[in-house]
Design a protein around this ligand. Sequence first.
Ligand SMILES: [Fe+2]
Length: 255
Amino acid sequence: MAQLLWQPAFPTNRGVFAVLLKGVGKLRLVVVWRETWRRRRKMFIKQFRTGGDRNFGYLIADAASKKTLVIDPSFSPERIVDCAYKKGYQIVYIFVTHDHFDHTNGNAAIERLTGARPLLYGDTDPKTGVCVEDGSSFPLGKLEVKIIHTPGHTTDSICLYVGNSLFTGDTLFVGKVGGTDLGAGARAEYDSLREKLLPLPDETRVFPGHDYGIAPESTIGVERRSNPFLIQPDFEAFLDLKRNWLAYKEEHGIA
Ligand SMILES: [Fe+2]
């Protein structure tokens, strides 16, 4: 009799719990799907094969405001600007990931075409008065462009973090990292990768400055788990791999 008095108001059998859990699972799925859809709608990314040594350039737009950013126009400024204009996008920033000729050679042409000044590390944007330095950020409609200074390949190397996408220039490639000397440059690059890029969320999309890998883009999670340089246990091993990269590539069938 006592048992009957303590019976809960709702049946608590397994079937009811299963239905409830299924409902929660479906709800989570809908939330994730809506978030992905919302982000995609908000942000437009186009990757261009600009020429040179398999260089990549990028057009990134806040779809709602049509405010647009170009990264490393290099050998194809006209094509990138043409694409932006056809979509009705307004180019408000041009960033250059570092001062190597194959990334900077389109700067004069794109400034002529758009009136926007290409910005490298240390430059101040004439419109916003913001300096391109570690931690600075630039508004792009409802998006934000965050600058991450990643010295190593060059002392002025930057990565640009927009939404959940990271534009890595020559700091990080798909399955590879940027070329450096075997001294201070390598040390700086190791620290930049470890301290600034690897802490980013797994799902962060990685868009490199060259098409050197098995795919044109990757994610931080994939690179953290599989990039030969990022799976090394310490700086000495990282340096050792740089020293013996040609032999490693041959041994592992890497192009
Ligand atoms: Fe470079």
